[in-house]
Every structure is written in structure tokens, then in C-alpha cells.
Design a protein around this ligand. Structure first.
Ligand SMILES: C[S@@+](CC[C@H](N)C(=O)[O-])C[C@H]1O[C@@H](n2cnc3c(N)ncnc32)[C@H](O)[C@@H]1O
Length: 294
């Protein structure tokens, strides 16, 4: 599991950040990536030399970013992130903090339309050149922007390799996206919003090898009329609790627009469409059910 580096390994990065007048959060961000930065030092000095000779900008692993440094997602994890998001050519993907553009370009190679939002204009150029070289510049586009000021409401898939505090700050905005929107993060959690799925790659990956998937849940909280009974639901992210008549529901969950809960042995599954929920019930009381929001 990837952990925040020890104090010893993060101290130089913290000191550097403090000297540069970075905020506490930005400093913590730099510290998280400090171990990768140390490993990358030898590589960067070679890259630095190359960039000096050619005069062209060469990205350096660990280079400063507005809120988080640049560390690329291993390609095997990029593939896994798209796999667990069940990406299809019909999807529009946005990568928040797109770096060298690898997630956007891989998505475009799979037939998706994809856009990267990246604060560093030099990284935007690097990504645009890479998209052109890969022959997907028509479907893989990049924009120089701050992810905190960007509109990503049109995306069906959001990918990100940011930091826990950034994910947590984005969560309220992500929860307002269309139900069913998939959000995939490299390694980092999103506060107390538990992931719906996780997957880890072991091939060609030594650091940052875990993908976490969240599916934006439809809103189900409130009072519903289900046949003769009142269904009262409370919702925390994708988890549902509440009662059907006097009986507590169990295992209540919303996955996009799909809803499921049990009442005793009866298993209710269905779909939420605005103010109506409907589906089937099994486990004794077999049949169809419909509920209307009050
Ligand atoms: C850890 S890298 C991830 C790059 C890429 N998504 C990947 O997975 O390979 C984070 C990227 O976010 C960019 N970044 C940092 N703060 C940002 C902000 N506020 N808005 C947009 N991009 C930002 C950095 O420049 C860096 O390229």
C-alpha cells in the first residue's frame, strides 16, 4: 500500500515548500510525493541535461504543480482505471490535473472523447504534442485551467491522481454530477465517501498501483409511498437506511440510478427515475414494486 512518506523522507520537500512560501496543504502535497521525487532524482538530472541541450521543455517527475506535484500514473494503472470505469467509446472523460496527458490519450485510443485540465501550460503543450504523435488529437484535447474553477459536469467519467484533501474538497461538486457518473482516483481516498470498487495492478507497477471507483448515486432520501406502506429513506453517499412501514430496511444501496434494499427476507431492486422508483421484489413476496416520492 502506498503510504505518506516518513517525516525523514518528506522533511527536505517540506523545507523547500516552506521556503517557497507554499500553503500547508500544498506542502503536505509535496511531502506525499517526496519519496517518488527522491527515486526520480537520477532520472531527472539526465532529463535536465537533455532539455538543456535541445532547449525543449522536458517534464521532471516531482516537479511542482499548483496544488500537487507531477507524478505520472503507471500505464498499467491507467488501463485498469479505464477498465473499472467500464469506459466505452460513448463516454466523455475528463482527467483533472492531466500532466503529460497519458490518461486522456489512452482513453482517446480506446475511442472515447477525452479532455485534460492542467494548470501548467508547459504540460498542456507536452500533452498536446503527445496526442498528435499518437494520432488522437481530434479526440484528446487539453486545456490550461485550474481544476477548482473548471466545469466538468458534462463528463461521464472523471479520472484523477491528486491528493486526499483535493478529492475531499471536490466531493460535494462530484456528488452533484449526473447519477451514474464514474469517478476513478489513483490511490487516494475521498474523505468518508467509501469507494464502490477498488482494484490493484501488480504488473509493471511499483508505486501508486491502486484504482478506486465511485459511482455518483441518485438521490433517494425522503419519504416514498410504496403500495400501502410508507418507505422512509435516509442516504449517506451510496448507503441507504430507513424503514418500510415499521420494519427497518437492511443492505440499502444506490449505485448510479440502481437501488437495492432488503426488508426481512424480501429483496427489492429497482431504478430511480426522478420521483419514481420501480423494480422487482424477490425472496417470498415476488413481483413488481413502484414507489412515488411524497
Ligand atoms: C500527480 S500528477 C497526475 C498527472 C496525470 N493525471 C496522471 O495521472 O498521470 C497531478 C497533475 O495535476 C496538476 N495540477 C496541480 N494542481 C492543479 C490545479 N489546481 N489545476 C489543474 N492541474 C493541477 C499538476 O501540474 C500535475 O500535472
Amino acid at each position: 500500500m502506498d503510504r505518506v512518506p516518513t517525516r525523514a523522507s518528506s522533511r527536505p520537500a517540506r523545507a523547500l515548500a516552506a521556503a517557497a512560501g507554499w500553503s500547508g496543504k500544498a506542502r503536505a502535497g509535496l511531502a506525499i510525493f517526496a519519496s517518488v521525487l527522491l527515486v526520480a532524482t537520477a532520472l531527472s538530472s539526465v532529463a535536465q541535461e537533455q532539455s538543456n541541450k535541445s532547449g525543449a521543455f522536458e517534464p521532471q517527475v516531482g516537479q511542482a504543480g499548483k496544488d500537487v506535484v507531477w507524478v505520472p500514473t503507471p500505464q498499467s494503472l491507467v488501463n485498469k482505471m479505464l477498465e473499472i470505469a467500464k469506459a466505452t467509446p460513448q463516454d466523455y472523460l475528463i482527467d483533472l490535473g492531466s500532466g503529460d496527458g497519458r490518461t486522456v490519450i489512452t482513453a482517446a485510443q480506446k475511442g472515447l472523447t477525452a479532455r485534460g485540465i492542467e494548470y501548467n501550460p508547459q504540460m498542456v503543450e507536452v500533452a498536446q504534442k503527445a496526442a498528435k504523435a499518437a494520432g488522437v488529437a481530434d479526440r484528446a484535447t487539453f486545456e490550461k485551467a485550474d481544476l477548482f474553477e473548471s466545469d466538468f459536469s458534462k463528463a461521464q467519467i472523471i479520472t484523477m491522481f491528486l491528493l486526499p484533501w483535493i478529492n475531499e474538497k471536490l466531493a460535494p461538486k462530484l456528488l452533484e454530477l449526473k447519477p451514474g457518473t464514474r469517478i476513478v482516483s489513483n490511490t487516494f481516498q475521498m474523505g468518508d465517501w467509501q469507494a464502490d470498487e477498488t482494484a490493484t495492478v501488480t504488473d509493471d507497477c511499483t508505486n501508486y498501483c491502486k484504482a478506486l471507483l465511485w459511482i455518483v448515486p441518485a438521490k433517494a432520501a425522503g419519504s416514498w409511498q410504496l403500495g400501502e406502506a410508507e418507505l422512509q429513506l435516509e442516504q449517506k453517499y451510496q448507503m441507504l437506511s430507513g424503514k418500510l412501514g415499521p420494519t427497518e430496511i437492511t443492505d440499502g444501496r444506490v449505485r448510479g440510478t440502481e437501488v437495492s434494499f432488503n426488508v426481512g427476507d424480501a429483496k427489492y431492486t429497482g431504478k430511480i427515475e426522478g420521483k419514481t422508483m420501480s423494480g422487482t421484489v424477490s425472496g417470498g413476496r415476488n413481483g413488481n414494486w413502484t414507489a412515488t416520492q411524497k
